[in-house]
Design a protein around this ligand. Structure first.
Ligand code: HDD
Length: 750
């Protein structure tokens, strides 16, 4: 019968397995070789309790990578099966009553597949929905036993595996990477005392002082609820309405309107634990600590116009950058540092250590390097790892403890709570990426998606029927720091919390003139999108308390002719700041130690290009670790003057915004072709406008001129040499500086 029916069925000749009955892969299929993965697991190992970290020690020296092996699956080989392991005969058509008849409910294979598909998405994170992650390790520079009993700092050279997730805050999961926003920098340390999560940001302060305001803040910055706009942007009415009524946000606004909010790369930004935490020794001695991470590549940013254009050219710009760097073995690295403050200095400063809208200027308490954080492995699967990783500010280990920061208090609750919804129940700690690398031994049982198959009849403590196990660890376990508590119950804030402007002023005054201009422009841009004049004016009146050097130019750009009076301060008391200017607050203070490694350089090529120049410059740049791409109007072979080259990409596919620098190598007919091509000229103009370095050789100067940039003028970062000349060293020196803001004009020249 089957034979008879199939003769009349529609058939795709080129697809041998059309009806699944061929039982073989299509001709020409390639079997990927995954020796390491295939060897990693047997079915029985994959089902063992140990994979959840739930029972028994991890076999491989407790390294996270090894512990994940038990859950890794190689790409499926051989015939298709259902989730129950039943071989599927036909994956092309559902079961019907007759070829043109209705589909049948008893087609359990169709229903299983569609049901699974229908449930493939989980709720995105309520904030920080858009993110990218990587594995790596923390390595201690020295033993910190005199300060803390926390495992990662136990001895010199000790390595602790980590998973890090970077994120934007406001945008949805599919939003652009280059939004003006705070960046999350969440680190999960898989320590041999259990997991410690340092859920950090790339800015050291926060918008609000008390967690009770967090839902308000997030509702204000997220797309407005009536029309769900704008996506991934704070430039709208509700955000500025809220923050202008919350002067405690002023300091954070300085950071958010600065270039820090549009980083060049996740690999080129600092990280901060924000709150004051405690280091605690085994003997119970505590020291206040603030955590800092400083990138080896230096701190570098985009310019706003560029960030906007990248959002279209490559919305995955930061995700791609991180992935490609790790893939190429260029492992991002940060120095991990701490500011240490003795307990007795708790009240010493003009600001409160418990106030998350304040930093401790490094002039007052220097940052001591204590280790390095290296990211050296991309995830195998975005959903399983980066999406399902669950960070929690409450995940601390012995040796690390909280302070009474009221923002932190709310966080200690919020993260655990949010995972219950997002990951569907209380067993998210068993998801491989979240599982500790040490045994998890307790009597918690059941709940949605329980993986561990607990054996035995005892699930309580104390017991004698299970040999008393598991029993409490006493002093070897987490012993809360015995913070003295007194006072009456009340809502309210400590006195110094009411001072809102000293550190906003400190930040603004510590920036270079170019950085200050970017802050002014950012305020003007964002407030320019605000439709309610009163909100714009209220913000300007708030900024007047920072400095008129900021408030006046912003007001001018907003067309506010009559300057509003400064907003009345929340306290009349004067708190004299210890520090009025701090070099550590300017991005320009961290040029990095890695030269031009991983910077992307475009060499523009058309037929007739000076191929020898292309080769020489490319070789020199690659030798320094830069990534070179030959960009042209089309892909493929480009016939050079003396030497032919191969174009990697086009002006359209890779516009100038995705590069850090450019070379115009010359060649008579190549230059002529570029001068007639608006895309080539646009490439040159935007790269110039974004203050990036360029090397211009021979006839390349004519292209520059045609792009309205005078090749005889001496623009910082623009190097013009004659044919045969060698400007590569100059280009490299300029690239190390990253950007040449001295070139910026208002309005832009091109
Ligand atoms: Fe938060 C996510 C950082 C205040 C509540 N937060 C989240 C992430 C980072 C931060 C990096 C993303 C983690 C990931 O990649 O999965 N948050 C911070 C910092 C804060 C801060 C540095 C201030 C110092 N957060 C904060 C407060 C609350 C929350 C005051 C609530 C009272 N944050 C959350 C959350 C999220 C979150 C709702 C959303 C997704 C998640 O936790 O896992 O619970």
């Amino acid at each position: 019968v089957i034979g008879e029916v199939s003769a009349s069925m529609p058939h795709n000749d080129t697809k041998a397995s059309e009806y699944g009955r061929a039982g073989a892969p299509p001709a020409g299929s390639v079997s990927p070789v995954f020796d390491d993965l295939a060897a990693a697991s047997t079915p029985s190992e994959m089902n063992s309790n140990a994979k959840t970290g739930g029972a028994g020690p991890v076999k491989d020296g407790q390294f996270k990578d090894g512990s994940l092996d038990k859950d890794r699956a190689p790409p499926p080989q051989g015939p298709l099966t259902t989730n129950q392991g039943v071989l599927m005969a036909d994956n092309q058509s559902s079961l019907k009553a007759g070829l043109r008849g209705p589909a049948l409910l008893k087609d359990f294979i169709l229903r299983e597949k569609i049901t699974h598909f229908d449930h493939e998405r989980i709720p995105e994170r309520v904030v920080h929905a858009r993110g990218s992650g990587a594995h790596g390790f923390f390595e201690a520079f020295d033993s910190l036993e005199h300060l803390t009993c926390a495992a990662p700092f136990a001895e010199k050279g000790k390595k602790t595996p980590v998973f890090v997730r970077f994120s934007t805050v406001a945008g949805e999961r599919g939003s652009k990477d280059t939004a003006r926003d705070v960046r999350g920098f969440a680190i999960k340390f898989y320590t041999d005392q259990g997991n410690w999560d340092l859920v950090a940001n790339n800015m050291p302060v926060f918008f609000i002082q008390d967690a009770i305001k967090f839902p308000d803040l997030v509702h204000a910055v997220k797309p407005e609820p009536h029309h769900a706009m704008p996506q991934a942007a704070s430039a709208h009415d509700t955000f500025w309405d809220f923050v202008s009524l919350m002067p405690e946000s002023t300091h954070m606004l300085m950071w958010q309107m600065s270039d820090r909010a549009i980083p060049r790369s996740y690999r080129m930004m600092q990280g901060f634990g924000v709150h004051t935490f405690r280091f605690v020794t085994r003997e119970g001695k505590a020291t206040f600590v603030k955590f800092h991470l400083t990138p080896k590549l230096g701190t570098h940013s985009l310019v706003w116009d560029e960030a906007v254009k990248i959002a279209g050219a490559d919305p995955d710009f930061h995700r791609r950058d991180l992935w490609e760097a790790i893939d190429a073995g260029e492992y991002p690295e940060w120095t991990f540092g701490v500011q240490l403050i003795p307990e007795e200095d708790a009240e010493k400063f003009s600001f409160d250590l418990l106030d998350s809208t304040k930093i401790i200027p490094e002039e007052l308490v220097p940052v001591t390097p204590i280790g390095r954080l290296v990211l050296n492995r991309n995830p195998d699967n975005f959903f399983a790892e980066t999406e399902q990783v669950a960070f929690c500010a409450a995940h601390v280990i012995p040796g690390i403890d909280f302070t009474n920061d009221p923002l932190l208090a709310g966080r200690i609750h919020s993260y655990q709570d949010t995972q219950l919804l997002r990951l569907g129940g209380p067993n998210f700690h068993e998801i491989p990426i979240n599982a500790a690398v040490v045994p998890v031994n307790n009597n918690q049982r059941d709940g949605f998606h329980r993986q561990t198959i607990h054996r035995g009849k005892v699930a309580y403590e104390p017991n004698s029927l299970a040999g008393g196990c598991p029993f409490q660890a006493g002093n070897a376990g987490f012993v809360p720091f015995p913070e003295p508590v007194s006072g009456v119950e009340l809502t309210g804030k400590p006195e110094k919390f009411a001072e809102h402007y000293n550190q906003a002023r400190l930040f603004f005054n510590s920036q270079t003139p170019a950085e200050q201009k970017h802050i002014i422009d950012a305020f003007a841009f964002e407030l320019g999108k605000v439709t309610v004049p009163a909100v714009r004016e209220r913000t300007v009146s708030m900024l007047r308390n920072v400095t008129d050097a900021l408030a006046i130019p912003v007001a001018k750009k907003l067309g506010i002719t009559k300057l509003p009076p400064p907003m009345p301060p929340a306290t009349d008391k004067v708190f004299k700041p210890e520090v009025e200017k701090s070099d550590f607050l300017s991005l320009r203070s961290f040029p990095g130690e890695a030269g031009i490694r991983t910077r992307k350089v475009a060499i523009l090529c058309e037929d007739g290009v000076d191929g020898a120049a292309v080769r020489n410059v490319a070789e020199a740049l690659i030798a320094e670790g830069a990534v070179v791409r030959l960009v042209s109007s089309r892909l493929g072979a480009i016939t050079g003057e003396s030497l032919s080259v191969e174009a990697d990409t086009t002006y359209e596919a890779s516009p100038s915004v995705v590069f850090d620098a450019m070379v115009l190598p010359g060649g008579k007919s190549a230059a002529e072709a570029m001068m007639k091509n608006g895309e080539a000229l646009g490439f040159v103009r935007t790269l110039f406008r974004h203050c990036k370095p360029m090397l211009v050789i021979g006839e390349g100067a004519q292209v520059l001129k045609k792009a309205d940039i005078d090749p005889t003028a001496s623009y910082p970062g623009v190097h013009v040499v004659a044919k045969g000349g060698d400007g590569t060293a100059d280009l490299i020196a300029s690239m190390i500086k990253h950007r040449h803001f001295e070139r910026e004009t208002d309005p832009p020249m091109v």
